[in-house]
Design a protein around this ligand. Structure first.
Ligand SMILES: NC(=O)c1ccc[n+]([C@@H]2O[C@H](COP(=O)([O-])OP(=O)(O)OC[C@H]3O[C@@H](n4cnc5c(N)ncnc54)[C@H](OP(=O)(O)O)[C@@H]3O)[C@@H](O)[C@H]2O)c1
Length: 324
């Protein structure tokens, strides 16, 4: 392969295709490159119908990272792969299986792996209490990065180098919808990222990418660095509706405890409190980057623009939507 060659994938396998980032990536590819052969994956049979309803023209498959026959069948014949892991995931087994099936398939030219770490984070920066949990967010992306980099796979890492803005319509939504309050402890400075920007950057890299990017980490952010309290002020200013900030640690802990325990077990709530605290101590690492503009040739979505995009939803939740 010559320096300056461009890798183009004519067929792309998308994991998590019915969800948050995967679905936006599929929409973008269908819009800008409708000739691409898409194969859309979900890991449970019950997801297939939803996926087929969302994208009736595309091939849909059931494939699990931890079930090699289904994984191999999905990867077979594909050139590009979009790979995202949910929070708390056995990344060693994931990469081992990916390596085996990609070798067996022999067609894969490029993999995009989504990460979620502060830019420049390394294992040395993590305290023992967080290192004990190898497959939890502080460690899992560092583990996956290392394992992929040790393999010969042609992978580029797209790092969500901040928090998703739409955490406020997902995990942080209950207090925002019900009490017009952002109830998140640890008022740290953070970069904010639009999940659509993440999806479109990932799509464009699969459509066309220089091999020099392989094994590199592309840190993606929007244009804003804001603390949670400043996000509350931005909601208030943009929508003209008072949104307050509540950073009380005990109330936050009580709010996340049942949800996180149900998702990941008894140890999860305390782990996440330690993780959020660690992020706060290292919040100087979050910085704005220019990759969205460089790759998409447009400005990244600002937090104000994201709020305006979600104005109707928020006003509806607050019972303030004016209908004509
Ligand atoms: N929240 C934040 O602010 C933030 C910030 C930075 C980074 N992150 C990172 O972003 C990632 C989560 O992003 P998200 O919320 O967009 O993810 P998500 O919607 O939970 O996507 C993960 C996808 O993985 C698929 N999946 C789950 N188990 C699977 C398996 N065994 N085999 C194959 N596919 C499987 C799921 O799709 P199916 O069920 O259809 O298979 C799901 O759509 C995490 O890695 C997190 O650490 C989050």
């Amino acid at each position: 392969m010559l320096e300056g060659d461009v890798i183009r994938c004519d067929s792309i396998l998308v994991f998590g295709a019915k969800d948050h980032i995967g679905s936006e990536l599929v929409k973008h590819i269908k819009k800008v490159a409708p000739h691409i052969n898409l194969r859309l994956a979900t890991h449970k049979m019950e997801g297939l119908l939803t996926l087929k309803k969302m994208f009736p023209e595309e091939e849909v498959v059931c494939a699990d990272f931890f079930d090699k026959p289904s994984l191999l069948a999905a990867v077979q014949g594909m050139e590009g792969i979009f790979q995202i892991s949910p929070d708390v995931f056995h990344e060693d087994n994931l990469v081992n299986n990916m390596l085996d099936v990609c070798e067996a398939a022999g067609t894969v030219k490029h993999i995009i792996r989504i990460l979620g770490t502060p830019p420049g984070a390394t294992l040395d920066l993590l305290p023992k209490a967080l290192k004990k949990f190898r497959y939890y967010p502080a460690m899992q992306h560092l583990v996956a990065t290392q394992r992929y980099q040790d393999s010969d796979l042609p992978v580029t890492f797209v790092n969500v180098a901040g928090y998703y803005m739409d955490d406020f319509t997902r995990m942080f939504s209950p207090s925002l919808y019900e009490e017009k309050t952002i109830r998140v402890a640890f008022d740290k400075r953070l970069a904010w990222v639009d999940h659509v920007d993440v999806a479109q950057v990932s799509a464009e890299l699969l459509l066309s990418c220089k091999p020099e990017n392989f094994r590199k980490i592309i840190d993606l952010t929007g244009p804003d660095i804001l603390k949670f309290s400043q996000v509350a002020e931005l909601f208030t200013k943009t929508l003209g509706v008072e949104v307050s900030y509540d950073g009380d640690e005990q109330r936050f802990f009580q709010a996340i405890k049942p949800v996180f325990t149900a998702l990941w077990g008894e140890a999860a709530p305390e782990y996440f409190m330690k993780y959020f605290e660690w992020e706060t101590e290292h919040d100087h690492m979050f910085k704005v980057t220019g990759f969205v503009k460089e790759i998409l040739n447009r400005e990244p979505t600002s937090f104000r623009a994201w709020i305006l995009r979600n104005e109707d939803l928020l006003m509806d939740k607050w019972g303030m939507l004016e209908t004509v």
